[in-house]
Design a protein around this ligand. Structure first.
Ligand code: GLN
Length: 475
């Protein structure tokens, strides 16, 4: 059932919200031990919130467009009265006194939050192996990672525990796990969804978005969580509706950067040929496919990692043992308290990034690193604006290959970072981008990435719906 159908069945009394919550909790109990996708379930709260939805239905009130839909949220989104840790030891025991705007909007639309999902610590990673709760596994093959950093959200949706989960995406963390687990993942335009209550990683890159089974479900979820929020000065009212269905792709202009399909840069040959098949079928449906050139692709990983670690080093400075979570008691001076708390509280990957970011921003180096990266970022934005003057969407792979095995890339950070080759561009230029399942290689899912111009989600959904249809017709 789609989210819309589920909510309608609840609103008409055919299904009970409590029953749906109960069922989701039972599935979580049954499936989570093998996956470690969920780090906390809120059984009692979820059941009583669901019962309140059922009472609204019985009283003849409108229970909302997501009435009774069980939802999971990533563990870096504030939820009042519940522990939220971003899967870091440094936040163990932290209970935020407020709820993230996107989560509150889901609740107001009748969704029932059943728990919180596993992730790479502070969203730094591409495999959900850097978590203080241990690694998450891919439901399609438990020897493989689910991708990251929103791996728990993707795995839980793919395993059928809940039909909707929220993730966050700074450089691909919604789209790459969606691709690895065979679900739809959307990173909205920067500013479309309020970041209030999201534990910041890279503030100029972070966005919250949905993981779902279909493009239609992603569009519905976006319509609930989007909008200007006075609590996030970077949030904006979307200039138009995001939902366009049933239009087909006749006349839709699709650009395919040559560099996105280059198998000499690490793209698996079988993934490239799957994408070519999909593009051929979209062309037969009437889409106009154009090859474009994007030589700056060679620079996106260094640019992204310089900007992301610089922003992270500043954002993570607040975790110092004084205000939140863990405090190491052994220090004799304030500096020692900070040092010990951060040494004990942060995992290795977070420490590496704080050190790199501090270096990139330090006097004498910031011109050579941070500022140069920022200039290149502006250049990328100009290049993408020029491409989007002639086309509606840019299409390519979401990730270079299918899900890899646990442990495979842990000792080789560069190969882990190369996972983000196709995804970080959208964050750098603040565009919307979505991954849609488009087939399998070696029995594991492959995703196609569809990127739009800022606030061009309608075109992204249109192309995504068409991709869904042509892929369903083949399988
Ligand atoms: N893998 C990228 C990183 O580690 C992206 C993570 C994200 O989008 N949060 O920074």
């Amino acid at each position: 059932m789609s989210l819309r159908e589920t909510a309608r069945a609840v609103a008409s009394g055919k299904l009970s919200a409590r029953g749906l919550a109960q069922q989701a909790l039972e599935r979580a109990e049954a499936k989570n031990p093998a996956l470690n996708a969920i780090v906390r379930l809120r059984a009692q709260a979820a059941l009583s919130e669901a019962a309140a939805i059922d009472r609204r239905v019985a009283a003849g009130e409108d229970p909302g467009v997501l009435a009774g839909v069980p939802v999971l949220i990533k563990d870096n989104l504030a939820l009042e009265g519940t522990e939220v840790t971003a899967c870091s030891r440094i936040l163990k025991g932290f209970v935020p006194p407020y709820t993230a705007t996107a989560v509150r909007k889901l609740q107001q639309a009748g969704a029932v939050i059943i728990g919180q999902t596993n992730m790479d610590e502070f969203a730094m990673g591409s495999s959900t192996e850097h978590s203080c709760y241990g690694p998450c596994r891919n439901p399609r093959d438990v020897a493989c990672v689910p991708g990251g950093s929103s791996g728990g959200s993707a795995a839980a949706v793919a395993a059928g525990i809940a039909p909707l989960a929220l993730g966050t995406d700074t450089g691909g963390s919604i789209r790459q796990p969606a691709a690895f687990c065979g679900v739809v993942g959307l990173k909205p335009t920067y500013g479309r969804v309020s970041r209030y209550g999201l534990f910041a990683y890279g503030s100029s890159l972070d966005q919250i978005g949905p993981l779902t089974h279909s493009v239609a479900d992603a569009a519905l979820a976006l319509s609930v969580i989007e909008g200007r929020d006075d609590l996030d000065a970077t949030s904006l009212a979307a200039p138009g509706p995001a939902h366009v269905y049933g239009e087909g792709v006749r006349g839709l202009r699709i650009a395919v950067p040559r560099e996105f399909m280059d198998t000499s840069k690490g793209l698996r040959r079988e993934v490239a040929s799957l994408l070519r098949d999909l593009l051929d079928r979209l062309a037969r449906e009437g889409a106009e496919i154009r090859e474009v050139s994007l030589p700056v692709l060679d620079y996106v990983i260094p640019v992204y990692y310089l900007i992301a670690v610089s922003e992270a080093s500043s954002n993570l400075a607040r975790y110092d043992g004084v205000r939140y979570g863990l405090r190491s008691g052994a220090g004799k001076s304030l500096a020692e308290l900070y040092g010990r708390t951060r040494a004990e509280g942060f995992g290795r990957e977070a420490q590496v990034r704080v050190l790199l970011g501090t270096y990139a921003l330090s006097a004498g180096y910031s011109d050579a690193y941070y500022k140069k990266a920022d200039r290149l970022r502006r250049h990328l934005r100009g290049r993408m604006d020029a491409i989007f003057r002639d086309v509606d969407v840019v299409v390519g792979p979401t990730a270079p290959d299918v899900a890899f095995r646990l442990g495979e890339k842990l000792s080789d950070p560069l190969s882990m970072y190369m996972q983000d080759l196709y995804t970080t561009l959208a964050n750098l230029v603040q565009s919307p981008a979505m991954s849609v399942p488009c087939g399998e290689v070696d029995g594991l899912p492959v995703g196609v990435q569809i990127m739009g111009r800022p606030f061009g989600e309608a075109d992204v959904f249109r192309a995504g719906t068409a991709a869904e249809q042509v892929c369903a017709a083949v399988s």
